[in-house]
Design a binder for this molecule. Structure first.
Ligand code: ATP
Length: 768
C-alpha cells in the first residue's frame, strides 16, 4: 500500500470525524433542549401532587390531570433517552468511525463504489452514506466474500455484485493505526491485534473481526432451531450477542430487546457480557439463569441449582441410567401422556378453606371437573372448573352480603372508606341508594373472602406436587431402571417436598405436568430464546423451555467437551436428538472448530487433554508454554502458588485460581487471603474484580482470564477421564498464561503419552 493511499484514507477519516463532530454538537444541543423540557414538566408535576386529596371531586380532577402529565413525562423521558443513545453512538463512532472498506461494482452501474463499514451507520446532511452499519445487507460481503463475484441477501431478494477490494483498518482515536488489503474473510493480523489485548472486566464486541462461520450464525434468520456446537473459545457467546444485535436491526419494527431471552450459565457471566450490546447501540436482551427461572416458577420451594448438584455429584456416585431416564425426552413424553389420560378421579384435588373451615370441598370441585366434556384439554377443563367456582363464589358473596355483620360494618364506615369501596368507577352510577349499599356490602364480603378468590384464581385446589407422586408411581420404566431404584426416586422426591426442596432433575417434568394440567407457564411474547452452555441442560429441560416459550425461535449453543460429568456427544447426534425432541420445521447445525481465546501453546495443551481434540484448530497466537508445578506437600505448594501469583500479577490484569469445588476454593482463600488481596467468588456475585480471584470452575463457565492457575491437578484430585471435561474447561479459560499446580504426582490426564513433553514446562520439586 502506498503512503499516498494511506494519506488519502487518513484524510477521509478526518473528514468523517469532522462531520460526526458537527453532528455531536447538534445532537448535544437537542439533548439539552429535551432535558430542559422534561425538567419543566417535572416541576409542574411535583407542584400538582400537593393539591387537595380529600375532596372527592377535586381528587378525580387532579388524578386525570396527573395521568396526563405522567404520560407526558414518560414520552419526554423516552425522547431524551433516544437522543442520549444517538449521542453515545456518535461519540463512539468518532473515535473509530469504521473498520472496513469494500469496493464493489454493481452490474447496472458504470463506476465502482467504495463503502465503509463501521459499528453504526452515519449519513451526513447531504444524505451521503459515510459509514454503513455492519449489519446492513451489503456489509455481509465484507465478512463472507473473497474478491470476485459475490452474492448477498437483501429484503428484496438475493443480489450479485463484483467485489473488487477489501480493506481493513484499525483506527484509534481518529488515527489510522494500521490498514491493509486482503482477500481473506477477515485477515489474521486484525485478529492478532484484537486477541492480544488484555482482558477487561467485560466482554468486547467483535464486529470488526467476525469470522465467516460466525457470520453464518449471526445472520441466520431462517432457522427455527439453530444449534451451534463450538469448541472452547470459538466465539459462541460472541456470536450470540452479535446475532442479537443483528436480529434487532433486521427486525427493527417488530422485535424489541425484551422479546429476546438468554439463559446464561451464571450471574458473573451475565455481568461479563452486559456491555457488548450497548457498545453496538442496542439495549440488552433479558437474561436469566436456570436457577433464577426455576426459583421464580416454584415460589416457596428451594430448587437445587446446577452448582449444588455438581457439588453433590462429587460426593455420591450417580446412578447414570436412572438420571438419564429422568432427564430424557421419554420422561417428558410420559408426563404428557399421563396428563392427557388423567381422569377426574385421578386428580389430586384439595379443599379450598376459609379460616380453617372447608369452603369448597374437593368432592364438589371434582364433580364440577367431571361434568366438563372429556374432549377438552386438561388445562381447559381446569379453567372451566375455575370459572364455575368463581360463579359459585359470587353467588355465596351475594348471599353473605345480606348478613347483619355486613350492615353493621357499613354503618361504621368513614366517608373516606365508603368512597374507597365504591371506587371512582361506580361513583354516581347507582340510581337507588339501596343498590349502592348492596354493592358496598358485596365489596366488603369479597374483600373478606379474597383468599378464597386467590385460591381459585391460582388453582391452589389442584395439588401438583402430590399429582407428580402419582405420575411417578405409574411411570413406565426403561429396561435399565429397576423398580427398587425407582422407589428411591419416589421416596426422595416426597422427602424433598416435605422439606420444601426440589431436586433439579425433577424440576422440568414437574413444571411440565403442572402446566399441562393447570395451564399457564407459557410466555407467548418471547420471539427468541438463546441457551448458552447447552451441554449443561438436560433434554427434559430444553423441552420444557420450548414449551414455556412457544413462539420463540431457538438458538442453542454449547460444547459437549465442556460437560462436567457427562458423556461427550458428536454434534450431528446432538442435532438429531434435538430434532426428534423439539419437533421444529427448520433446524440447522453449525460447528465451530477454531479456538480464538487462548494462545497457541495453551490451546495445543488443552486439546491434547481430549480424546478427539485433533478436530480443534488453534489460532496461531504465540505465548509461553503452560507450566506444571509439582510439589509434594501443601506448604511447599502454597509457597509456589504465592510465588506464581506475584509473577503473574506483575503482567496480568486478572489472575484466576480455578478449583474443582467450592470447598477447595474456600480452602485456597483461607490459605492465601492474608498475603494477597484476593476475592473468592460465589454464585451470588455479579461482577469480576481485578486482581486475584478464586472460584470453582462451574462459576467460571463462559468466562476468560488473562492468567489461570489450576489448583491441585494431582492424580488424587483428577484420577480419571470422568474429570477430563472439568480440566479442559479450566485450561480453556486462560487467554495468555496457564499454570497447573499439583500437590503430589500430576493427574494421569496430564502425565500421559498424549501430551508431548515439549508442550509443557514442568517444574518439579525434588522429593526427599
Ligand atoms: N471473530 C473474533 N474476533 C475477535 N475476537 C474473537 C472472535 N471470536 C471470538 N473472539 C474472542 O475469543 C474469546 C472467546 O470467545 P467466546 O467467549 O465467545 O467463546 P465461546 O465459544 O463462548 O467459549 P467457551 O465455550 O469456552 O465459553 C473472546 O475473548 C472473544 O472476544
Amino acid at each position: 500500500m502506498t503512503t499516498s493511499e494511506e494519506a488519502q484514507e487518513q484524510q477521509r477519516v478526518d473528514r468523517v470525524s469532522d462531520e460526526i463532530g458537527k453532528r455531536i454538537d447538534k445532537t448535544a444541543a437537542d439533548y439539552d433542549a429535551a432535558h430542559q423540557e422534561l425538567r419543566n414538566v417535572l416541576k409542574n408535576y411535583s407542584e400538582n401532587t400537593s393539591v387537595n386529596w380529600f375532596e372527592v371531586d377535586d381528587r378525580i380532577e387532579t388524578s386525570a390531570e396527573l395521568q396526563q402529565q405522567r404520560a407526558l413525562v414518560s414520552r419526554l423521558t423516552e425522547n431524551q433517552n433516544i437522543i442520549q443513545g444517538q449521542l453515545d453512538t456518535f461519540k463512539e463512532l468518532q473515535k473509530s468511525p469504521y473498520f472496513g472498506r469494500i469496493d464493489i461494482q454493481d452490474p447496472d452501474e458504470t463506476q465502482p463504489e467504495s463503502l465503509y463499514i463501521g459499528t453504526a451507520s452515519f449519513v451526513n446532511d447531504d444524505q451521503e452514506f459515510l459509514v454503513y452499519d455492519w449489519r446492513a445487507p451489503i456489509s455481509s460481503v465484507y465478512y463472507n466474500g473473497v474478491l470476485g463475484q459475490v452474492a448477498y441477501d437483501t429484503p428484496a431478494g438475493p443480489q450479485q455484485t463484483d467485489l473488487l477490494k477489501k480493506r481493513q483498518f484499525l483506527i484509534q482515536d481518529g488515527k489510522i493505526e494500521s490498514m491493509f488489503d486482503t482477500n481473506e474473510t477477515v485477515g489474521d493480523e486484525m485478529l492478532q491485534h484484537a486477541l492480544g489485548e488484555q482482558n477487561d472486566a467485560t466482554m468486547q464486541n467483535i464486529v470488526a473481526t467476525i469470522q465467516r462461520e460466525q457470520n453464518d450464525i449471526i445472520r441466520d434468520t431462517k432457522s427455527d432451531l439453530l444449534v451451534v456446537q463450538g469448541v472452547a473459545g470459538s466465539g459462541k457467546t460472541s456470536a450470540i450477542l452479535q446475532r442479537i444485535a443483528f436480529l434487532l436491526y433486521h427486525s427493527r419494527r417488530d422485535l424489541e430487546a425484551d422479546q429476546i431471552v438468554l439463559f446464561s450459565p451464571n450471574r458473573l457471566f451475565s455481568h461479563y457480557i452486559s456491555d457488548v450490546l450497548p457498545s453496538l447501540g442496542e439495549r440488552n436482551m433479558r437474561q436469566v439463569t436456570l436457577a433464577e427461572f426455576l426459583t421464580q416458577r416454584f415460589q416457596g420451594l428451594n430448587v437445587q441449582t446446577q452448582f449444588e448438584r455438581y457439588e453433590a455429584d462429587q460426593q455420591t456416585p450417580v446412578n447414570l441410567p436412572l438420571r438419564q431416564f429422568r432427564e430424557s425426552a421419554a420422561m417428558m413424553t410420559a408426563v404428557r401422556d399421563y396428563c392427557l389420560h388423567c381422569r377426574a378421579d385421578d386428580l389430586k384435588f384439595t379443599d379450598i378453606r376459609f379460616k380453617s373451615r372447608v369452603f369448597f370441598s374437593k368432592e364438589e370441585i371434582r364433580d364440577i371437573y367431571r361434568q366438563i366434556p372429556l374432549a377438552a384439554a386438561p388445562a381447559d377443563r381446569l379453567l372451566r372448573t375455575k370459572n364455575e367456582l368463581e360463579k359459585r363464589l359470587k353467588h355465596r358473596i351475594a348471599e353473605e352480603a345480606k348478613a347483619d355483620w355486613v350492615r353493621d360494618t357499613i354503618d361504621q364506615l368513614s366517608d373516606e372508606d365508603y368512597h374507597n369501596l365504591l371506587g371512582e368507577k361506580h361513583l354516581g352510577q347507582f340510581e337507588q341508594l339501596d343498590d349502592e349499599i348492596d354493592f358496598i356490602a358485596r365489596q366488603i364480603v369479597r374483600r373478606r373472602l379474597r383468599s378464597v378468590d386467590d385460591a381459585i384464581y391460582n388453582g391452589y385446589f389442584l395439588d401438583a406436587y402430590s399429582q407428580f407422586t402419582e405420575f411417578l408411581k405409574q411411570c413406565p420404566l426403561p429396561d435399565d431402571v429397576t423398580a427398587a431404584d425407582w422407589q428411591t426416586v419416589i421416596d426422595g422426591y416426597q422427602h424433598d417436598i416435605e422439606f420444601h426442596r426440589l431436586a433439579l432433575t425433577d424440576a422440568a417434568p414437574l413444571l411440565y405436568l403442572r402446566d399441562i394440567l393447570a395451564g399457564g407457564g407459557a410466555n407467548h411474547r418471547m420471539q427468541h430464546l438463546f441457551v448458552d452452555e447447552m451441554q449443561d441442560y438436560s433434554m427434559a429441560q430444553l423441552i420444557y423451555l420450548q414449551h414455556a416459550f412457544p413462539r420463540a425461535k431457538l438458538t442453542l449453543l454449547g460444547d459437549s467437551e465442556q460437560a462436567l460429568f457427562k458423556a461427550v456427544e458428536a454434534p450431528e447426534a446432538i442435532l438429531k436428538k434435538l430434532d426428534a425432541a423439539l419437533n421444529v420445521k427448520r433446524s440447522r447445525l453449525i460447528t465451530l472448530r477454531r479456538s480464538y481465546r487462548s494462545t497457541l501453546p495453551i490451546t495445543t495443551f488443552a486439546k491434547a487433554l481430549l480424546p478427539d481434540g485433533d478436530q480443534i484448530e488453534a489460532f496461531n497466537r504465540p505465548g509461553d508454554l503452560p507450566k506444571v508445578i509439582i510439589r509434594y506437600d501443601t506448604a511447599a505448594a502454597f509457597k509456589a502458588l504465592a510465588h506464581e501469583l506475584t509473577v503473574e500479577l506483575a503482567t496480568n490484569g486478572t489472575v484466576a485460581i480455578l478449583t474443582k469445588s467450592t470447598a477447595e476454593a474456600k480452602y485456597v482463600y483461607q490459605e492465601l487471603h492474608r498475603d494477597f488481596d484476593l476475592t473468592r467468588l460465589t454464585d451470588t456475585d455479579r461482577s469480576l474484580p481485578k486482581g486475584v480471584v478464586v472460584l470453582p470452575i462451574y462459576l467460571a463457565k463462559g468466562l476468560e482470564f488473562d492468567s489461570v492457575i489450576a489448583y491441585n491437578v494431582s492424580a488424587d484430585n483428577y484420577p480419571d477421564e470422568q474429570l477430563t471435561g472439568t480440566l479442559y474447561t479450566i485450561a480453556s479459560r486462560a487467554m495468555h498464561h496457564l499454570t497447573l499446580l499439583s500437590i503430589g504426582p500430576a493427574s494421569p490426564l496430564i502425565a500421559s503419552d498424549k501430551i508431548p513433553a515439549a508442550d509443557l514446562t514442568i517444574e518439579h520439586e525434588f522429593q526427599n
